[in-house]
Design a protein around this ligand. Sequence first.
Ligand code: 13P
Ligand code: SF4
Length: 322
Amino acid sequence: DLEKANYKARIKQLLVERDAVLVAHYYTDPEIQALAEETGGCVSDSLEMARFGRDHPAKTLIVAGVKFMGETSKILSPEKTVLMPTLDATCSLDIGCPIDTFSKFCDAHPDHTVVVYANTSAAVKARADWVVTSSIALEIVEHLDSQGKKIIWGPDRHLGSYIAKQTGAEMLMWQGDCIVHDEFKAKALRELKIKHPDAAILVHPESPASVVELADAVGSTSQLIKAAQTMINDTFIVATDRGIFYKMQQGAPDKILIEAPTGGNGATCRSCAHCPWMAMNGLQAIEASLTATDTSPHEIFVDDDLREAALVPLDRMLNFAQ
Ligand code: 13P
Ligand code: SF4
């Protein structure tokens, strides 16, 4: 509609005027992803968002995603202004892993290597030996396990259990979860599969083990998009945030994509399968981040000491991933 068109035109103009680039996650709403593409920004998983922001020459990064993504960008590019549509866009994994208790947990096991998921605060990253995202977690834990390291893993217990199972690594697990992925239901998924026997099931490993067990492919957002493109099936049942359907369908235009059930009896519930914090990244909020005279509701700042400490495990991941 006209209002949306006006917002988009205004944002495009502001991005140019402010030497800014829009970096969006696959879970943001399709119109936000499309805008990032149209304006030369990027739409990607959390690992690629970090790399794109670091390497792009723009003075300002507009990070449409959740807070840890903005913080990671600032840690990697302290000289850039990092703005977010809203700093209220957080993540249940970040909320469920406060630095004080996590640090005590680590202190109690000093002989363990601390591996944390990117979905954490700068302070938790600063306490870690390694940061990982879901697209690189398995390889990094495999690498550490091959060196005989015992691991503290936080905060996502489902992703941690999946990795422990795959690698056989000894992992002490923090008990966090993602409120979106934790809602996928194995029983209803089995019922849905009976209705679509030829469909392949694609699952993000933040989902419960009972759901992961039913998967034909398990992976990060970018890995699942690739799977839909390369697997021969015509139909896919997808257990992750529905925001992913925009890029997944773009990459596999002839395939049928179905949401995995979050409720009982194969029913999907509208409020599930979409992260409430990702959904805060609307056009109006993006425009506000670019026009605000008081940038405090939008701008990411990371304390210098914390930034330097968090950069070490983040760089370790980025160098490993190269
Ligand atoms: P990816 O790292 O697979 O993009 O997803 C992590 C996630 O859940 C972001 O919210
Ligand atoms: Fe966090 Fe889950 Fe939302 Fe990703 S989808 S930001 S893991 S709450």
